[in-house]
Ligand binder design. Sequence first.
Ligand code: ADP
Length: 161
Amino acid sequence: MRIAIYPGTFDPVTNGHLDIATRAARLFDKLIIGVYENPNKPILFSTAEREELIRKAIAELPNVEVQSFGGLTVDFAKRVKAVAMVRGLRMSADFEREFDMAMMTKKLYPKLEFVCLMSRVEYQFLSSSLLKEAASLGGDIHDLVPPNVVEALRKKFKGKF
Ligand code: ADP
């Protein structure tokens, strides 16, 4: 069985993330979305909340599951016996960061392949951080996230949209 991981912060999951997960799920027997427990940036949703939001959003993808993890991503990959790590690429801004990460990953765990899928045009500008900013200011974010995430954001930013 060919297993891939798709690690990230997912604070919260967006349609851009879900598009990458859906497409990656067609390339592998199983895709495990890995939620970083302690990302190196401020977060709005707890690990359990981020996991649950993804779990609901991917309910119809039979070969995709969610797990949270701490520590090195390569150790998570080893633990679940992944052959590849999937990441999404938006325009040129992501490239340098993803390239550095790919190099470091190769150094730490040479057997793991790093697979980048290009973001769809309509999600090129979409990031969880901009989304949170827009939602907190009352922007309409319905087209950018699944319905359960709209609800969760509505609760966090009570009455803003
Ligand atoms: P991280 O903190 O690891 O960057 P994110 O949740 O921001 O976590 O992103 C996880 C992965 O999804 C990264 O590879 C990121 O480039 C990718 N990604 C984020 N937003 C989009 C999007 N709109 N389209 C495609 N890929 C995306």
